[in-house]
Design a binder for this molecule. Structure first.
Ligand code: ZN
Length: 341
């Protein structure tokens, strides 16, 4: 009850990549980089275990970025043909690569780090992949000519990798869909269908993570424009509640999401973000427990899992792990309170 996990990414060691960057440059290359990524994966797992996290991740230590870490393993994308596009409905501009031919996986995407992570922890392992809608929103297309067709093509590749991750011993496969909070109509029209395609045939636990983004300036400015109550979840939770995905990972701590919206996810496991990833102030265990207590008004305790608002990749390492310790301590306080009640 009230188990703990993290949304996905964690800071990389300073010897592996530039700290506090969303797109960090690697500090190693060639075989040294490959070995360093695996070493960092074990380190991230050890630090999560020491912080008391129940369901650990690889910390996304082997990827430079949560979307492009996947795209690098896909044939049919021209990384030399970069186009400037407005991402997440023009929230920020980015130079993105272009789809120029039929998409195909070059081979395994995350097999190395997934098997290495599995070999070095007895705890349940959560593994993240970018969701089809978020990928489509982070790339240019000169081949498929249609966002839905392109999303389904990516979903098929994600499914191929997800099935292989399951065979590697991963317990939870999570698709990251921050774009779901931006294109709410499309979520209902084809976003859920694309997720189902990506999760097709999996027997492990499946999850979708939908947040308001990493703690970078463009996202903080966007949040400031959303008004006193953030109601994006209200438009998409009913469709997610009716979906075949088991868990929904959401942002709650320091957010203006009305907590009562969580009741729209009836029947699902809710991974509630109880840690703010856009603020270096480390939460107290009592503050974490208070968010959990409020969520318990809307989510049955058997369905509530405690996590972070989003990935922590661009944060300072010492801050991120202090926050994970607060997360565990706060969950323990909440468990004790529920047991005593
Ligand atoms: Zn997120």
């Amino acid at each position: 009850m009230l188990t703990t996990t993290v949304a996905g990414s964690l800071p990389k060691p300073v010897w592996l990549a530039e700290p506090e960057k969303l797109w960090p440059a690697w500090r190693l290359s060639g075989p040294e980089l490959a070995a360093g990524k695996l070493d960092a994966t074990v380190l991230a797992i050890k630090l999560q275990e020491d912080a008391g996290i129940d369901v650990v991740t690889d910390g996304e230590q082997a990827r430079q970025h949560f979307v492009h870490g996947f795209l690098e393993s896909v044939d049919g994308i021209d990384f030399g043909r970069r186009v400037e596009v407005g991402i997440r409905n023009d929230r920020y501009k980015a130079m993105v690569p272009t789809v120029t031919g039929a998409l195909r996986l070059k081979g395994r995407v995350h097999g190395g780090e997934a098997r290495h992570a599995r070999a070095h922890t007895a705890r349940k392992l959560r593994f993240t992949l970018p969701g089809p809608m978020t990928i489509v929103d982070t790339i240019a297309d000169a081949h498929y000519g249609n966002r839905v067709t392109l999303a389904m093509a990516f979903a098929a590749l994600l499914n191929e990798e997800a099935r292989a991750l399951q065979a590697d011993g991963v317990d939870v496969i999570q698709f990251d869909e921050p774009a779901f909070n931006v294109y709410m109509d499309a979520v209902r029209d084809w976003g859920i269908e694309a997720l189902h395609r990506a999760a097709d045939g999996l027997s492990c636990t499946t999850a979708v993570h939908i947040c308001y983004g990493y703690g970078i300036k463009a996202n903080i400015d966007w949040k400031a424009s959303l008004g006193g109550e953030w109601r994006q979840y209200e438009a998409i939770f009913p469709a997610l509640a009716a979906s075949r995905i088991h868990q929904v990972s959401v942002e709650c701590r320091n957010s203006r999401v009305p907590m009562r919206l969580l009741s729209l996810l009836a029947g699902k496991d809710v991974v509630m973000g109880a840690i703010d990833v856009a603020d270096n102030a480390v939460e107290s265990p009592e503050a974490v427990a208070a968010v959990i207590t409020e969520a318990l008004r809307y989510v049955p305790k058997e369905h509530l899992i405690i996590g972070t608002n989003c990935g922590m990749a661009p944060m300072r390492g010492d801050v991120a792990y202090a926050k994970l310790r607060a997360l565990s301590a706060g969950a323990a306080l909440a468990r004790a309170a529920v047991a005593a009640f």
